[in-house]
Design a protein around this ligand. Structure first.
Ligand SMILES: Cc1ncc(COP(=O)(O)O)c(C=O)c1O
Length: 368
């Protein structure tokens, strides 16, 4: 009897590829996220509500109307036009990709490779991940203890280092802190003078009540990064964009793979932008709920819920591992951040629906 070759068991070690793979890529650990199942999902800063059913139906109808055998727009042109109208921006200054994570990679390719990526510590992990993968010099400057931007230290780094990409998120991730406009403007001024590309990541700007478009408009090396994943509740359809000067956008566009927004993405973005009122209502509820949860935990005997201007907040606990497991046993998954600089004991918690937040508050009250 001939034996059928069996697929190699996953537990058997494979020989390592000897050549080709860059050492920088091999040295970087895989994206630090382990999907965890729980009835209440507060670990990814998502919108707790799905895209409204009637808008889903309309987007699907438009998607079905379009031919699937044909490539979509070369550079998401109809989506870029719709975003330009919504944002009152020059269409030539808009670049669209499947999620703003893709734009972070692309901006690192645009101005980071062989140069510098300057970030705060802690910061959104994708900035540092892409800098490491693409071989940029990574310069990290500690946030102040109250999570505000250290303006003198960042200004000194902007003056000292070879220019590249300077990334700041407003509101900041993962702290939820919103800096003063004066501090952000002061840093942008130094960055512009020294020739940096400044990325103001506004993934959560709707929850913070600040909008840096006007600063970006008068600062040719500065851009705003935006996403449909948070306030718009469309993380599953992967849509992000940047607003920049024509020069930055045209060069960034060269790095975008052709035809990268599918007919679904195209239809969803168009429909969403025609109905911003659904998004605004949800943002208002998100802000109300955030303040309600923070107020409910204000006098907690052992944990500190840290004020935030985003759709998530940090909960500083005496023991992050025990607290994480406690929430999981209550059916709630949150995100550990306690290994990060300045964030000892911290869990990151997204704001959910009122019922989810009630469950979170009850579980948090039981935590000692
Ligand atoms: C600060 C920040 N920027 C960008 C992103 C990425 O969003 P997207 O879903 O558009 O890739 C996130 C996602 O969590 C984020 O927190």
């Amino acid at each position: 009897m001939t034996s059928v070759p069996q697929p190699q068991s996953q537990s058997q070690p494979e020989p390592e590829v000897k050549s080709g793979i860059r050492a920088a890529v091999r040295a970087v650990p895989a994206y630090p996220f382990v999907p965890t199942d729980a009835p209440i999902k507060l670990d990814q800063n998502e919108n707790p509500y799905d895209f409204p059913a009637e808008l889903k139906a309309e987007a699907t109808r438009r998607m079905l109307e379009r031919p699937w055998n044909r490539y979509p727009d070369l550079h998401a042109d109809t989506v870029r036009a719709a975003i330009a109208r919504y944002e009152s921006w020059d269409e030539a200054g808009v670049v669209v990709t499947p999620g703003s994570n893709v734009l972070i990679k692309l901006l690192t390719e645009l101005a980071g490779i062989g140069q510098t990526v300057l970030v705060t510590d802690p910061t959104f992990s994708v900035y540092t991940l892409e800098a490491s993968l693409l071989g940029a010099k990574l310069v990290e400057v500690s946030l102040n203890a109250d999570f505000s931007l250290p303006v003198p230290e960042l200004s000194a780094a902007l003056e000292r280092e070879q220019p590249g990409v300077f990334c700041i998120a407003q509101p900041h991730a993962p702290t939820g802190h919103l800096d003063t406009r004066a501090d952000v403007e002061a840093l942008v001024q130094v960055a512009e003078r020294c020739g940096w590309i400044t990325v103001i990541d506004e993934a959560y700007y709707q929850y913070g009540g600040h909008d840096y478009r006007e600063l970006v408009r008068r600062s040719p090396g500065t851009l705003s990064l935006r996403t449909f994943s948070k306030a718009w509740g469309l993380a599953g359809t992967r849509l992000g964009y940047l607003l920049a000067s024509r020069d930055v956008a045209e060069n960034a566009q060269k790095l975008v793979s052709a035809f990268n927004i599918t007919v679904l993405g195209q239809a969803v973005a168009e429909v969403a932008l025609e109905h911003p009122e659904y998004m605004q209502r949800r943002v208002e509820e998100g802000i109300r709920e955030r303040e309600r949860v923070l107020a409910a935990l204000k006098d907690h005997p052992t944990c500190q819920a840290i004020p935030s201007r985003s759709n998530f907040f940090l909960l500083r606990t005496p023991d992050a591992d025990a607290a994480y497991r406690h929430f999981l046993q209550s059916g709630i998954v949150v995100r550990r951040q306690d290994k990060l600089h300045l964030l000892q004991g911290c869990l990151r918690v997204a704001v959910g629906t009122p019922a989810e937040n009630d469950a979170f508050i009850a579980a948090a009250q039981a935590l000692r």
